[in-house]
Each structure stands twice: as C-alpha cells, then as structure tokens.
Design a protein around this ligand. Structure first.
Ligand code: FES
Length: 85
C-alpha cells in the first residue's frame, strides 16, 4: 500500500491494482489514504473518480459514494467495502 500513497497527490483519487483486486484509493489533503472496494454494490461495475465532487461515481446507473465508500446516491444502497491500508 505504501506504493499507492506515493502515486497519489493529496486530494486525488485513482483506481489502483492491489494483487488481483482493483481498489478505489483516495489521498486526503492531510496525506491520509482511504481505500475502498472499486466494485459498485448495485450490479458490480467499477466506480470512477469524480475529481470535481471528490466522490466515487458509478458509470453504469449513477450511484455515487463518498471517499470512505458511503452511499451518497442510489440505486446502490450498500456502502463500498473498506480495504486494508
Ligand atoms: S452497477 Fe453501479 S449503479 Fe448500477
């Protein structure tokens, strides 16, 4: 995970491959890393980083999640799973 932190600028989010999994990684303005699953809990599409809103948005049906994976907008109603730092 150390490598991910150094790939991300503060305030930036990216999808990063960790082993065989794609993880949604965000580094906040203090440098803290937030890692959640990149797989949307609605029907399984991979979320994209929205730099304007600082959220993870699903391109398939419009669900949106916070940097900590909390649902901001449906149709998904389950949060993205947290991942280990
Ligand atoms: S799969 Fe993400 S909103 Fe449907």
């Amino acid at each position: 995970m150390f490598a991910i932190a150094h790939l991300l600028k503060k305030g930036e989010g990216k999808i990063a491959e960790v082993g065989e999994e794609k993880v949604a990684a965000y580094r906040n303005d203090s440098g803290q890393l937030h890692l959640v699953s990149s797989v949307c809990t609605h029907l399984g599409c991979v979320v994209h980083w929205n730099s304007a809103e600082k959220s993870w948005d699903c391109p398939c049906h419009g669900s949106r999640f916070s940097v900590d994976g909390k649902v901001l907008e449906g149709p998904a109603y389950l949060d993205l799973a947290k991942r280990e730092k």
